[in-house]
Write a protein that binds this ligand. Structure first.
Ligand SMILES: [Zn+2]
Length: 280
């Protein structure tokens, strides 16, 4: 395997997710010193949204890449997406995009491209950092920043509120970054092995009335249950009238992004995944 030396690390793709922003702003020098064999680039992806302490200014930058061929002169994020696409297309590179979530996801990486290198890096992370989980989220429209290269992944750490620095999230993110860089600087040939992955299979939306208003919230016993298996009947919601709502599955599935704040506009309550072992 030809080693991939160039790594672009994006923080603050969402302007209110401060963990990645401070990882990029405060630790770039240290990481460049620690990994001299790699060509590291650190980018604060959405500085205007950071200034506003909002997820985005005009549109979600981590969805903007699917509209890259449109004319969107009034969108700040569209201009950022064009700039980053050009940067990523210059030469083969690994893209690491740092995110946080309000849901109880722990240390998670999300892979969109079915590239052996991505899964080998993931496998090394899972072996060396306890409680790291790997989500596979195909991105056919290439809307995500990290999908703009064949090689790369998103890091999602949580639970953490937006607009603040949380020690566990920041230190967890730094550990994940270092482990990815260590993997990239040492992986010269891809060996066999296996890695446990969670494949997204179904989005579950909040119950809504005819006007599209949500009629229920996440059940108290379901809050924080990311990666806790459900099998058969389970109770994810309580209505505002106090009724517990049940759903059921036909097999063992794993909820993720339970009660993610950023997903309320789309009424997405959580996503169900299937767990399986991927042979490398
Ligand atoms: Zn994010």
């Amino acid at each position: 395997m030809r080693p991939l030396k160039k790594v672009i690390i994006f923080g603050g793709t969402h302007g209110n997710e401060w963990t990645g922003i401070f990882a990029v702003k405060k630790y770039a020098e240290e990481l460049i010193k620690e990994f001299p064999e790699l060509d590291l680039h650190f980018i604060l992806a959405n500085p205007e949204a950071f200034q506003l302490n909002r997820r985005f200014k005009h549109e979600d930058l981590n969805r903007a890449f699917q509209f890259i061929h449109e004319e969107r002169p009034d969108s700040y994020e569209h201009q950022q997406a064009l700039k980053f696409k050009k940067m990523i297309d210059q030469e083969a590179c690994f893209v690491l995009d740092l995110h946080t979530t309000t849901s109880n996801m722990g240390n998670t990486i999300i892979i969109s491209h079915n590239q052996p290198l991505n899964f080998h890096v993931a496998s090394q992370l899972v072996q060396n950092l306890k409680d790291t989980r790997v989500i596979v989220s195909p991105d056919p429209n290439k809307k995500y920043l990290a999908s703009q290269s064949e090689f790369g992944m998103m890091i999602e750490v949580g639970p953490v509120a937006n607009g603040l620095i949380d020690a566990v999230a920041l230190e967890g993110t730094l550990q994940l970054i270092k482990e990815v860089l260590r993997a990239l600087s040492t992986l010269t040939n891809l060996t066999s092995g296996s890695v446990e992955i969670y494949e997204e299979i179904e989005d579950i939306f909040y119950p809504q009335d005819e006007a599209g208003q949500i009629t229920a919230y996440i059940h108290k016993d379901f809050q924080g249950n990311d990666f806790k298996a459900v099998n058969g009947e389970y109770k994810p919601f309580t209505t505002f009238k106090g009724e517990e709502l049940r759903l059921s599955t036909k097999e063992e599935l794993y909820p993720i992004f339970v009660n993610e704040a950023a997903y309320y506009p789309t009424k997405l309550a959580f996503t169900l995944c299937r767990k399986r072992t991927l042979k490398l």
